[in-house]
Design a protein around this ligand. Structure first.
Ligand code: ADP
Ligand code: MG
Length: 596
């Protein structure tokens, strides 16, 4: 059980290191060198001071003294310069690696199939990764830091053993009471004391850290709530609601609660730290004192010189500090693995969806034939059919209306049509061929959809319409004119370059809900796809306005195929064909007059 845990942790650690290497090739080499220099530095002084003291107490050769002091100062300077340089380089590379990590996560989300993006589990995973990273650097950042500690600790331990090993060689020449001090037994007792003390202090530290981690996950939950409410207050959209409905008290109350809860947790953390880390500090200082007693006795017994006291005592203390660093960094690495694992899991989410290669036939007449054949679909993680055995031939080139109550499956129907999801049963055909077989990008280019929850961004109007950084200005203007925004556009300070909203630019324009809808419609026109779908972007409007917009839009789209979705039959009366959805099934089909 413990074994398998250990090997699992080692595996995660290895994958983590590989991931760091992928994010930036130079981080790990620089971390290693930096740790190396930082751990060597104290030994230079320990070693050189012992030489200088012996020279002072012994031959007192001035020339040699000057040489020793110069070497000490010189080597300190060199090591300091190199390690400062490496330190800066390390920080810079870590920043680059973390930036790459953020981009990698974003890229992963953008390229992920839509069904994963909508999946709450995956959304949660992403939030946890983000939070772990922000709260305590959990994940990649922490792994880099702990790896640095681990290497520094290891080098410290090895160097101190090399320096101190002589001390434990038994001097057989001594006799009398001095012989005990120089005996192997005395050394063993001392080594045992050091080991027990170090392990005990480490045990205290790991227990303290474990409790710390537990508290931090509690704080993370509290923090999530706090961030949510704080963001709501700053978001000026919800700001309206907060004021109108006088929700201030609810918000303040929640924020107050989270504050009180976090204060409780932090007080606990403080008390615990005092207990565990205080006792640990006591043991460490006690051992530090014992080292001097041991080494001093050795010097008294004539086994070592006075200068050696500095060297050996310093090295043994470094050994203890180093082994604490090694063990606690291993412990931290194991703790951090749970966060690292989230990140690894996230990267391992497979793209999933089958993407075909068949080119989509380009037709000048825009006449495509689409057929749903016995299509059923449940959203991942649910047991209810959002669509049940839907069969319909879409008379492309005409106008189709999809009507049904809220939740009847209209949007789901569209999501399957444009391959945001694939059906669980049945198939969808384009010109007689399963849509999965078509090249995915080409297939999705057939559709231009305005969803109910369409979103405009705080970019320029032109970029919003084109949904891209670069765009054809005339086509954008043309699309905006068609949806009736020409006059509004003429009044804007920078025309189509005017930014929307004031998030990033104080010259940004605020637009009304109706204008936002028009921009969204213009976006669907600009895309110039053969099939345009309006999925109730106008649901918030009254029936007459919706009918108005739908029928005007219907004139604009010309020869294109257009699907109109509404929960109101009346909005679609201009359509050639109307399909009525109910509880995931098509219950009626016909013209407006037939259905009435
Ligand atoms: N992402 C989702 N996960 C789980 N269930 C969903 C999801 N989206 C929609 N549903 C459910 O599927 C059914 C059909 O929804 P939808 O197609 O959006 O209806 P409509 O567009 O007709 O209002 C509803 O019961 C809805 O709750
Ligand atoms: Mg809908």
């Amino acid at each position: 059980m413990r074994e398998s845990n250990l090997s699992k942790n080692a595996k995660t650690f290895k994958i983590g290191l590989k991931e760091i290497y992928k994010l930036n090739h130079w981080v790990l080499p620089v971390v290693i060198f930096d740790a190396l220099f930082k751990s060597i530095a104290p030994f230079i002084n320990i070693y050189m001071s012992s030489k200088i003291i012996d020279e002072l107490l012994g031959a007192k050769d001035i020339e040699r003294l000057v040489l020793l002091v110069s070497i000490t100062i010189g080597s300190n300077l060199i090591v300091h310069l190199i390690s400062t340089g490496f330190g800066h380089l390390k920080n810079m590379l870590v920043d680059i690696a973390l930036q790459n990590q953020r981009m990698k996560l974003n890229e992963k989300i953008i390229n992920m199939d839509y069904e994963y993006v909508e999946n709450p589990e995956i959304h949660n995973l992403r939030t946890k990764i983000w939070e772990a990273n922000n709260m305590n650097g959990g994940g990649i950042r922490a792994l880099i830091a702990y790896t640095w500690y681990l290497i520094k600790g290891l080098v410290t331990v090895i160097t101190s053993i090399v320096l101190v090993i002589d001390l434990f060689k038994v001097d057989t020449l001594s006799s009398g009471h001095v012989s005990f001090i120089n005996s192997a037994m005395f050394s063993y007792i001392f080594i045992a004391l050091i080991l027990v003390g170090t392990i005990l202090s480490l045990k205290l530290r790991t227990t303290g850290q474990k409790k710390d981690f537990k508290c931090f996950s509690k704080v993370m939950d509290i923090n999530r709530i706090f961030i949510f409410y704080a963001n709501q207050i700053y978001d000026y959209n919800s700001g309206k609601g907060i004021r109108l409905y006088n929700q201030k008290r609810i918000y303040n109350n929640e924020i107050d609660n989270t504050y009180k809860n976090s204060k409780k947790v932090f007080t606990n953390v403080g008390n615990m730290n005092a207990k565990y880390f205080g006792f640990e500090a006591f043991i460490t200082s006690f051992l530090g004192g014992m080292v001097y007693v041991f080494v001093g006795l050795k010097a008294l017994a004539g086994a070592i010189t006075i200068g050696d006291i500095v060297k050996y005592a310093g090295s043994i203390n470094q050994f203890m500090a180093g082994s604490r660093e090694v063990l606690s960094s291993i412990n931290s690495i194991i703790n951090n693995n749970q966060y690292l694992q989230l990140y690894i899991d996230f990267l391992n989410i497979k793209g999933g969806k089958y993407k075909g290669t068949l080119p989509v036939e380009k037709r000048d007449d825009d006449e495509y034939e689409i057929e749903f054949r016995n299509v059923s679909f449940k959203y991942p993680g649910t047991d209810i059919y959002a669509l049940k055995n839907v069969s319909i031939k879409l008379n492309i080139g005409e106008r189709l209306a999809i009507v049904g109550m809220n939740g009847s499956g209209k949007t789901t129907f569209i999501k399957l049509l444009c391959r945001l999801y694939d059906p669980n049963e049945g198939e969808i055909l384009l010109n007689g061929i399963n849509i999965k077989k078509y090249d995915y990008e080409e297939y999705t280019r057939l559709f231009s959809i305005v969803f109910q929850d369409f979103k405009l961004f705080s970019f320029s109007i032109g970029q919003n319409v084109a949904a891209s950084v670069d765009y054809d200005e005339n086509a954008v203007k043309d699309a905006l004119e068609k949806v009736g925004l020409k006059e509004r556009l003429d009044k804007m300070p920078e025309g189509i370059k005017t930014p929307l909203y004031k998030d990033f630019d104080e010259n940004g324009v605020e637009i009304s809900g109706g204008e936002a809808q028009k921009i969204a419609l213009a976006r669907s026109l600009y895309r110039d796809s053969p099939i345009i779908i309006l999925d109730e972007p106008t649901a918030a409007l009254d029936p007459i306005s919706e009918f108005d917009i739908y029928s005007k839009f219907n004139e604009i789209v010309g020869t294109k195929t257009a699907f109109y979705i509404s929960h109101r039959l009346s909005s679609c009366r201009f359509c050639d064909e109307i399909a009525v959805f109910n509880e995931g099934q098509i219950i009626q089909k016909g013209t407006h007059d037939e259905l009435l």
